[in-house]
Design a protein around this ligand. Structure first.
Ligand code: SF4
Length: 670
């Protein structure tokens, strides 16, 4: 696929090189641009993997922007992380704008945030009037006054742009809530920050949004094409949207919002003219639901023996297979409350009051519906489970429902629509194929493009798979001890920063304890000790820190330079097959003639492995090493899939060679 215009824009001396100082043309970027231009122009779906360094964002933004600006079209770009959203609007789209300006094409773009990021002027008004009703603490009332003062000169009602911190409790009362929005009836509709931003988005050629919000159907303007960046998360995002989690805390929060006997606050006390006896009836219903909720969650805990100590690091989860696990004692009082809330609607004295009652009613009915759906347990393609989270100050118990396969939903509601969809990420393929991704997300027909990273991994990166590591499954204790030894040796061989990537919190905790006594010459950072962004900043600043991490740190973390010189994969990132979700998925796939390991677990682990490895080389000047402590990459037949899925690097036979690798690179002219 050739596109002369894009080849020139991305090529030497082209518009991109004029917009970015020091830009180095990459053939892969122009090829990606041509493929995206073809997809949006012809209305065809496209899957494109672009390795680190291809310049993926510009690779899709420039052709999409050209198409949008020339044809009065609108393109949605949906990302998984806020970090990427920020990069797109603060950096990449400025370049795209400059490129299009050279061609005499004006470009407009806009970042549309989720509703709850915006201040709602009506709710702010209401909070001001009902401040004593809503807030007990003096500090919160003071913050509210500050907000009321600030709003006069504010240009944006976006929380991230506020010049001062707003307590969470206050923000929850004044942010936009789609259920409470008065829409055209709102007295502030012309000044409304959210409406203004939606209007700006409606005029923009490119609108950047969050993937979750895309699925939640936030007020998106009509669009003609959508590009999902970080598309390796698409299945999880869609599953989260299609499933639910109902916690005992959520029930309590809802009831407190209706009426809290402790603070004597809540909707029931705020209504100006409720029907006769209504407040007492509501208090009675709330009290009844509270008791029923206590009985319900207690019965659930007993029935599933959730009080027992779990084995090893297993979370306290129990799969639910049969309907009617415990009696639904909350159903009747929830319905009673919903009737009372409905009765209050005609008595509301303002649009805001009416919206508040309706929002409570909606929450009440949603709770009842989720409880029913959970206890009926009848969706064959869904996993149902109960989980106790002991990590919180007070244990929280949750009922969960999640689809095990979102392909049918996405086939119909995303790929079956009349617009082209582009899926892109640095890691989508397994063994050079998009088969797994496409089957998981229900994408039947699409163009495909696989672009290697332009970095020279054979020179920039070394790979060490230490010999004689015990098998993690067969010799768990010996393996764990060997991992600690290998981590210590890695610290001895690598001067720069090191990521130690684990697959479970338990192994991370144990390793942290063991390493604290054996690695004393550098700072150890542990995921969970502080917020991820702060942790990464401190790790970068340390220059030679050792970060022990799991889960989210396998992807999306960007630490260029020596501050991250080595990534240690402590174990291949297979998802645990014995969680309720994976068990159900396995049964579902097996019943359909699919092989759970080959068709799901293995490819998923390979993608995650690639993401972990991808943390290492972020720029052309980076160099570093990957250490894989899981011997199965060599001893198992499937191991080759992992090794073949990452760029070819210099092979390092042992830790001595690892040390030499760094000294020789540092000594060589760069
Ligand atoms: S239009 Fe909706 S979000 Fe905007 S100020 Fe009014 S109620 Fe709030």
């Amino acid at each position: 696929m050739e596109n002369a215009e894009l080849a020139s824009i991305f090529g030497a001396g082209g518009a991109v090189s004029r917009a970015i100082k020091g830009f180095e043309p990459r053939g892969q970027q122009a090829r990606m641009g041509a493929a995206v231009a073809h997809a949006v122009g012809e209305g065809e779906h496209l899957v494109v993997e672009a390795g680190t360094g291809v310049g993926k964002s510009l690779g899709y933004l420039i052709p999409a922007a050209l198409w949008a600006a020339r044809n009065q079209k609108k393109v949605i770009v949906a990302t998984h992380t806020k970090a990427l959203q920020a990069q797109l609007v603060k950096k990449d789209l400025l370049v795209v704008k400059a490129v299009l300006e050279e061609l005499g094409l004006p470009l407009s773009y806009f970042l549309l945030m989720g509703s709850s990021n915006y201040l709602c002027l009506s709710r702010l008004d209401r909070a001001g009037k009902q401040s004593p009703e809503l807030f007990d603490e003096e500090g919160i009332r003071a913050a509210l006054e500050k907000l009321q003062e600030w709003i006069h000169a504010a240009e944006s009602g976006n929380r991230a742009e506020l010049p001062f911190a707003v307590p969470h409790h206050l923000w929850a009362e004044v942010c936009r809530d789609s259920d409470l929005c008065l829409g055209k009836k709102c007295p502030h509709k012309t000044a409304c920050f959210h409406r203004k931003d939606v209007a700006r988005a409606a005029k923009a050629d490119i609108v950047v949004v969050n993937q979750h919000l895309f699925f939640a159907g936030m007020p998106l303007p009509a669009f003609n094409a959508v590009i999902f960046d970080e598309a390796h998360n698409l299945e999880e995002v869609a599953a989260a949207f299609l499933g639910f989690e109902l916690t005992d805390r959520k029930v309590k929060r809802f009831l407190d919002d209706v009426y809290s006997p402790k603070s004597n606050k809540g909707l029931a006390h705020r209504l100006s003219r409720p029907p006769a006896h209504w407040v007492d009836d509501v208090k009675g219903a709330v009290s009844e639901i509270k008791h029923a909720s206590k009985d319900f969650f207690h019965a659930l805990t007993e029935k599933l023996a959730l009080n027992e100590q779990p084995a090893k690091d297993r979370a306290k989860t129990r799969r639910v297979r049969e309907p009617g696990l415990v009696p639904n004692v909350m159903h009747a009082p929830l319905l009673e409350l919903s009737v009372l809330l409905s009765q209050a609607i005609p008595h509301s004295q303002s649009d805001m009051e009416e919206a508040e009652i309706k929002a409570c009613l909606k929450r009440c009915l949603e709770l009842a519906a989720h409880l029913n759906a959970f206890l009926e347990c009848k969706e064959e393609a869904c996993a149902y489970w109960v989980e106790v989270n002991d990590k919180k100050r007070k244990p929280e118990i949750s009922l969960n429902m999640s689809p095990v396969d979102v392909s049918e939903d996405l086939r119909k509601d995303l790929f079956g629509r009349n617009y082209p969809v582009v899926l892109t990420s640095a890691t989508l393929a397994v063994d050079g194929s998009f088969k797994m991704l496409k089957s998981r997300v229900g994408l039947d027909l699409s163009n495909e493009l696989l672009l290697d990273s332009p970095f020279d991994y054979t020179k920039q990166a070394g790979i060490l798979v230490p010999q004689e590591m015990p098998d993690p499954a067969a010799e768990a204790a010996a393996y764990e001890a060997a991992v600690i030894d290998a981590c210590v040796k890695t610290c001895g061989a690598v001067e720069g920063g090191i990521f130690l990537l684990f697959t479970s919190w338990l192994s991370l905790e144990r390793a942290a304890r063991a390493l604290a006594g054996r690695v004393s010459d550098r700072l150890l950072f542990k995921q969970g000790e502080q917020l991820p962004a702060k942790l990464i900043t401190d790790f970068k600043n340390a220059g030679n820190g050792v970060l022990l991490a799991t889960d989210t740190f396998w992807q999306g973390v960007d630490v260029p330079g020596q501050a991250l010189s080595c990534v240690v994969i402590c174990r291949l990132p297979f998802t645990s097959p014995d969680t309720p979700l994976e068990e159900t998925r396995q049964e579902w796939m097996t019943a359909r003639g699919q092989n759970f390991f080959v068709d799901y677990t293995l490819p998923k682990a390979v993608v995650k492995f690639r993401q972990g490895v991808g943390r290492l080389i972020r720029t052309k000047k980076d160099f570093g090493a990957i250490v894989i402590l899981d011997p199965r990459v060599q001893t198992k037949r499937y191991g080759g899939k992992f090794l073949r899925s990452i760029p070819r690097c210099a092979r390092l036979p042992d830790f001595k060679a690892l040390k030499t690798f760094f000294t020789s690179i540092e000594a060589s002219p760069r």
